[in-house]
Design a protein around this ligand. Structure first.
Ligand code: BTN
Length: 272
């Protein structure tokens, strides 16, 4: 099943996964999202919980066509999830993944230190003490039977951080007294994802949104959003029922469905 574009699989330790999940570990891939897409499109015989894990990526993908710097030591995984019947709900998985990553981070053992402040940044990032520790890239793919899947790509910084000066200020777990391994992070992360997939399917996006709001920006916090037509600054007013960002701006309430969000007035010009 492993195709020639992959380099050799790396040795265990492998993570412990929820029932029916399966990991395919690699030392190096171009992008775990791109490789999983090829498997879905070419192999067909796939199932929810199939996960690709790479030690490093040569062409890691970020949102909005950006690159995701992928040095060794961090987590790079892509997980296959059965798409909701109506693809209009597909983006909800990004919020779900963010709260699962947050809970994963809070569950990891720390050296004699209180828990760090782990928050969610709209739409799909996770921050520790205001700096980005995780990026999430959900993508839709169809198999040859025209069945839709979501590829949930997740990158978590453990020891190394992105050095792209255009990136949102980065951080890593090791900088917050969390000394762990990629395999252990994946064990805890998949447990949290498995739990939240069930909540999402049983209770719908409302339950995910409610949890996200407990760890998103405070109401009234100043948020700047980079949009193709320029930056918009306003006070955070919540998430709409579909996950759109609500901002109170001088010109009135704005509903934002895509963009890069910065906390503060955006003057440091960092993007995610
Ligand atoms: C972002 O914040 O821009 C999203 C970054 C997503 C990075 C992860 S790393 C694993 C998976 N494979 C990729 O090529 N991208 C995602």
């Amino acid at each position: 099943m492993v195709q020639a574009w992959f380099t050799a699989a790396h040795a265990p330790p492998e993570p412990h996964l929820p029932p029916d999940w399966r990991v395919m570990p690699f030392d190096s891939l171009d992008s775990t999202n791109a490789a999983l897409r090829r498997i879905v499109e070419m192999e067909g015989d796939v199932h929810e919980g199939l996960m690709l894990w790479a030690n490093t990526q040569t062409a890691g993908k970020g949102r909005a066509g950006r690159k995701w710097s992928s040095p060794r030591g961090n987590v790079y995984v892509s997980i296959l999830v059965a798409a909701p019947e109506d693809l209009i709900h597909a983006h909800e998985l990004g919020f779900l993944a963010a709260i699962a990553v947050r809970e994963c981070i809070l569950d990891l053992p720390r050296h004699n230190a209180p828990p760090p402040k782990v928050s969610c940044k709209w739409p799909n990032d996770v921050l520790i003490e205001g700096q980005k520790v995780c990026g999430i890239l959900p993508e839709v793919v169809a198999d040859d039977a025209k069945r839709n899947w979501i590829i949930l790509g997740i990158g978590i910084n453990l020891v190394a951080v992105q050095i792209d000066p255009a990136a949102y200020p980065p951080t890593a777990l090791s900088l917050h007294n969390i000394d762990t391994t990629p395999a252990h992070v994946i064990t805890v992360l998949t447990r949290e994802l498995h739990k939240w997939f069930a909540v999402w399917r049983e209770k719908g996006f409302a339950a995910v949104r409610e949890e996200w709001l407990t760890c998103g920006p405070d109401k009234g916090a100043v948020v700047a959003v980079g949009l193709p037509e320029g930056s918009v600054t306003g006070e955070f007013a919540g998430l709409d029922e579909d996950g759109a960002l609500l901002l109170e701006t001088r010109g009135g309430r704005r509903r934002i469905v895509a963009g890069d969000v910065l906390f503060g007035d955006g003057s440091h010009a960092a993007r995610d």
